[in-house]
Design a protein around this ligand. Structure first.
Ligand code: 0RA
Length: 649
């Protein structure tokens, strides 16, 4: 090894040492799995660039049994020649120099290269080891690194008749803690998205960690259109073909391009997914607002021109009801509101997207008048339903006022007026409601008994007014005191700041009926008071399933497993002690003291907080769980039973 070589290595090392010292700055949180998985995307993105440049049709990702991960592509292979400035191979520079990704050949390697990420060198820095194998010009080249440091220079180790790059790395567990293993589902979801966004690219994922190999292949010739088809898989679409739009504009820094696929269905909600340089922007941004503006004006312009519109213009919300869309922007130098790239803020994108969409969608409407009419009709319907809902809602509010103070008679309110310490129990049935009223801490706990099954709001999506006419639902709205609905323009819309109780606790029987009622309540909250869930105000009470008693001692079990353990514990040395086991069929079987002790006492109870890990996933879940398609629901429950234990379906 020459002196030069080591001198340069030291210079390079300084960069990588910074990554090891502060991984969070470069890769995200090293504890919760963010940085760990970010490593994969950094490596895969380089191979995706090779695909975009037209050199590889497929990428293979393998999770190995030792928790290392390999990424193989069949592109040109990382350049292996000597790098003049550094005196080592170009490959070594790419692997060890921060941001050295696309520095080599500006003209040929610049489709999306350098548009994202910190580069593979940052991954190298936080890897116990990284092996790079390059097939190029008939020769196999190999180099190993440990903690980012080359063990030896790049070496020729054989011959080959293909080209491409294989990068394998093992995360350094002195840097990653808590979440230390790759999560297949997370990897699969992201790579599926990558395949949708890169039409034609074949991505193969293999998990070799379990005895049986787990292998998934993603390959979508239809790209974004196929993505939208899949989003609408369980919905009745309004028009057969997915509408696709492409366009772009040259700006100073280079070309900004836009790809869009959209289709309306009979769904209630809208789902628009936004991407910049293949990265998801969860909070949308300028591409989203450009798209929204264009959609609203395009549909209104068409409707007016064809005299389909009598009264006021259609609102954006009306136009987007039931829309599924994916918008993918490529930008040479995008800006985001945060490190996590959740929101695109590059302002020039708004007008680019708006102009392209307005023009192309307008053309599409002219060429497909029957599709255009069905879209306008759907928006008109949405507008009428919204108007009817508003009237029904106002009526509910007025009625509340007439009945004095707006609080429903069935509510046993608490004494405190400080919402942060107040809780309201939504209780199934009058008898359980009675026990809860007697057993509660009346200072901070309010009880609202609800009779029987509340209306399934998912099935009333075309008749929102009916939802507001429902007695039980009116009672809930008035008890919570925070308005209802998600309509931004309505001053009576749900506002979590007005909640009279910061904990809304659903308490139903621990049986199938109870689970059903719980899901109905959650569906209502999700559709009409969503921030209550997203801001963490909704809980599920956990009443016990069994009471075990021996003499005067009694204990409660919340699962079968706990029951069995308690049985052993209470028996002690005496195997034959014949312990009393009572299965609670309903809340009503418990007396007030028992209910307090087991389920309601803040000092000892356990409750489940209803969280929304992924808003779209739960939106889909509610649609499937509470919709009309029974076989679909069964399939879904079978598939996801484990993940949704919080809902205990
Ligand atoms: C720099 C320049 C060229 C290709 C690459 C990097 C490259 C990097 C990675 C990382 C994973 N797979 C990769 N494939 C290619 C262009 C080389 C040329 O012009 O031949």
């Amino acid at each position: 090894m020459s002196d030069d070589y080591s001198a340069d290595s030291i210079q390079v090392l300084e960069g990588l040492e910074a990554v090891r010292k502060r991984p969070g700055m470069y890769l995200g949180d090293p504890h919760d799995g963010t940085a760990l998985h970010h490593c994969i995307w950094e490596v895969v993105d380089n191979s995706v660039d090779e695909h975009l440049a037209g050199y590889t049709e497929s990428i293979e990702i393998t999770i190995n049994p030792d928790n290392s991960l390999s990424v193989r592509d069949f592109g040109r292979g990382i350049p292996v020649g000597l790098h003049e400035d550094y005196g080592v191979s170009a490959a070594e520079v790419i692997m060890t120099k921060l941001h050295a990704g696309g520095k080599f050949d500006n003209s040929s390697y610049k489709v999306s290269g350098g548009l994202h990420g910190v580069g593979v060198s940052a991954v190298n820095a936080v890897s116990e080891w990284m092996d790079v194998t390059i097939h190029r010009d008939g020769v196999v080249h190999f180099q190993r690194f440990e903690a980012g440091v080359p063990v030896a220079p790049l070496a020729e180790i054989g011959t080959c008749d293909d080209t491409g790059t294989l990068i394998a790395f093992k995360p350094d567990l002195s840097i990653f803690t808590e979440v230390t293993e790759f999560e297949f589902e997370q990897i699969n979801t992201r790579l599926k998205e990558t395949a949708f966004l890169n039409a034609g690219l074949r991505i193969i994922i293999s998990d070799m960690r379990s005895e049986e190999e787990h292998r998934v292949e993603h390959h979508y010739e239809g790209g974004l259109a196929e993505f939208v088809t899949q989003l609408n898989e369980r919905r009745e679409s309004l028009h057969d073909e997915v509408i696709t739009i492409q366009g772009g504009k040259e700006i100073e820094k280079g070309l900004v391009t836009l790809e869009l696929a959209l289709q309306w269905s009979d769904a209630f909600s809208e789902s628009i997914l936004c991407y910049t340089n293949i990265i998801r922007n969860r909070d949308g941004g300028t591409h989203m607002s450009g798209l929204r503006t264009a959609l609203t004006s395009c549909v209104n312009t068409y409707a007016k021109k064809r005299k389909l519109l009598k009264g006021d213009s259609l609102s954006g919300e009306d136009v987007r009801e039931g829309l599924s869309a994916v918008v993918s922007v490529k930008h040479p130098d995008p800006s985001f509101s945060s490190q996590t790239k959740d929101k695109l803020v590059s302002s020039e994108v708004t007008s680019i997207v708006q102009t392209v969409v307005y023009e192309k969608l307008g053309e599409f409407f002219e060429e497909n008048p029957s599709v255009a009419k069905s879209i306008v009709d759907k928006a008109l319907l949405a507008s009428k339903a919204r108007e009817a809902a508003r009237k029904a809602r106002d009526l509910t509010r007025r009625k509340g006022v007439l009945e004095g103070g707006g609080l429903p008679g069935k509510l046993a309110d608490c004494q405190s007026r400080d919402p942060t310490e107040c809780e309201v129990y939504l209780v199934e049935g009058d008898s359980a409601g009675g026990s809860a009223k007697t057993g509660r801490d009346r200072r901070i706990q309010a009880i609202l008994p609800l009779r029987g099954k509340i209306l399934n709001v998912e099935r009333q999506k075309h008749n929102v007014a009916k939802v507001f006419q429902n007695q039980e639902i009116q009672t809930m709205i008035r008890a919570l005191g925070a308005g209802v609905g998600n309509d931004e323009e309505d001053e009576g819309a749900f506002n979590p700041e007005k909640l009279r109780y910061h904990k809304i606790i659903i308490m139903t029987d621990a049986d199938v009926d109870g689970a059903h009622i719980r899901t109905l309540m959650l569906t209502f909250l999700w559709r009409f008071m969503r921030p209550a869930i997203t801001e963490g105000h909704v809980y599920i009470a956990q009443p016990p399933l069994y009471q075990l008693s021996k003499g005067r001692v009694s204990k409660y079990a919340f699962s079968d497993e706990e029951r069995d353990n308690l049985l052993l514990e209470l028996r002690g040395d005496n195997e034959n002690a014949k312990i009393g086991v009572q299965r609670y069929k309903g809340l009503g079987e418990m007396n007030p003291e028992q209910l307090w002790e087991t389920t309601m006492d803040p000092a000892s109870r356990t409750m489940l907080k209803v969280t929304v890990a992924d808003a779209e996933a739960s939106d889909r879940m509610f649609e499937i769980l509470m919709g009309e398609d029974v076989p679909d629901r069964r399939a879904f429950i079978e598939k996801h039973a484990k993940e949704v234990t919080n809902l205990d379906i």
